[in-house]
Design a protein around this ligand. Structure first.
Ligand SMILES: [Zn+2]
Length: 436
């Protein structure tokens, strides 16, 4: 099926032609066939007028925990260890697979409402999460969490991860991978086994690295090294690795990231809320390391408004380095789209709006006052997107040529019913965990 989105302002992410003030986007079978002004790119098939609206590549949320919306607002304002011990761990112990599925669907709704088209996850109940993502119409990289200890889902989390990867490895929109939690909770032996299995199965690994000062102390005390150097010794970085947080990395660690092109994902809002520290992104960019943003889970964010998180991440960099020119909006856009696609191995088909790429895109509306005025150049429009707009400005979201949300209505599932279910399930979990 061929149709055309017509008359829109488009930020493309294509270095050759980054912006069109009025363009047609011709979509055939879920792929962008042509894009450009009407004179050189006439409409084909049905026309959907987006006159004057801003269209951008769909955002890629490079670090998330789908079912954690269940724990939103629990234990707010507690220090990290108190938050974990008094709120998160008791609540997580009462979560079932069906809870995870419903919560993952709610998370998909929230991400779609915020213009996110691909989400990169790590959690247990990976199969439930994948089922929810498939129903929502989103795209996802889903890491099945591997622990040294049992999870609420499985006694052998590594075998569960292998089974999950086998089940989804040929799926169109789900890319399965391993999700070892972190080097301070999982042993080098576990990472070594995952490194070998990931190489054998040809899949990615999604893990946390360098999130807290406590991790640095723990790894130095136990192994006399850093998390990054420890993981390099396990052979993990011979695979494509998505590393979340990266706050406490040494210059030598950053060299290791550069050597292996480890994808560095930054979650500034989660880090700020838990007072873990402020990620310094600039040295990673200087070293040529692919970088991206993630929301982290809703339990530590609490929203999934990736555009707002990127703005905060950019502003923190400017202030840390006392340089307003550092980390311009174009860099932020790349971290939300093309570089994020590169980190997950999909730069050839995601993160840009150009012929041959997937029709994954987001439409922003001018209905709110914060969206006015808009401007006429690529640089101004990109700054408008990063600094002025937020998730509330998202009008419609598309994946593979299909509207997941159109004019603020989720089209792929009954969102109000899911929200009601999650409300009931979250209340039950909080009561069972003694958190009321
Ligand atoms: Zn995380």
């Amino acid at each position: 099926m061929t149709y055309t989105l017509s008359g829109c302002r488009v930020i493309t992410g294509d270095e050759q032609c980054p912006y069109y003030p009025a363009a047609n986007i011709v979509i055939k079978d879920g792929i962008i066939k042509k894009i450009g002004p009407a004179e050189i790119c006439p409409a084909e098939g049905e026309q959907i007028s987006l006159r004057g609206k801003l269209v951008a590549p769909g955002l890629i949320n490079c670090h998330h925990h789908l079912p954690s919306v269940l724990y939103r607002d629990l234990g707010s304002d507690l220090p990290l260890m108190d938050w974990l011990q008094q709120a998160m761990w008791p609540a997580q112990a009462h979560m079932t697979g069906e809870d995870a599925y419903c919560a993952a669907l709610l998370s998909c709704a929230e991400q779609i409402q915020n213009g996110i088209t691909t989400t990169v996850d790590q959690y247990y109940y990976a199969d439930c999460n994948a089922r929810a993502v498939k129903r929502s119409g989103m795209r996802a990289v889903i890491g099945a969490t591997v622990f040294d200890h049992p999870s609420p889902e499985s006694k052998d989390t590594l075998q569960t991860a292998v089974d999950f990867i086998e089940k989804y490895r040929h799926d169109e929109r789900i890319t399965p991978c391993f999700g070892p939690h972190a080097p301070y909770t999982e042993s080098p032996r576990t990472y070594r086994r995952i490194a070998a299995l990931a190489a054998e199965m040809g899949v990615m690994v999604h893990t946390h690295i360098g999130e807290t000062r406590g991790e640095v102390d723990c790894i130095r005390e136990k192994y006399g090294t850093t998390s990054t150097q420890l993981l390099e010794e396990t052979g993990l970085f011979e695979n494509r690795v998505i590393a979340a947080h990266n706050i406490y990395l040494s210059p030598q660690d950053i060299d290791i990231f550069a050597k292996h092109q480890v994808g560095a994902v930054f979650c500034p809002v989660s880090n700020l809320k838990l007072a873990s520290g402020i990620p310094d992104i600039a040295p990673f960019i200087k070293a040529g390391i692919p970088t991206a943003f993630g929301t982290d889970g809703a339990e530590s964010n609490n929203a999934l408004d990736l555009l707002q998180d990127a703005k905060i991440g950019l502003l923190l960099q400017k202030t840390m380095h006392r340089d307003a020119a550092l980390m311009p909006a174009e860099q932020g856009l790349a971290m939300l789209t093309a570089e994020a696609a590169d980190i997950i191995g999909m730069a050839h088909c995601l993160g840009r709006l150009m012929p041959g790429y997937q029709a994954d895109l987001v439409v922003f509306d001018d209905a709110f006052a914060n969206a006015v005025p808009h401007h006429a150049t690529a640089a101004q429009e990109t700054a408008h997107l990063l600094y002025s707009l937020s998730g509330k400005n998202v009008q419609s979201t598309m994946v593979a040529g299909k509207w997941l949300m159109y004019e603020r209505q989720i089209r792929t599932f009954d969102y109000p019913a899911v929200a009601r279910q999650v409300q009931q399930r979250a209340a039950r979990i909080a009561a069972d965990a003694g958190l009321l």
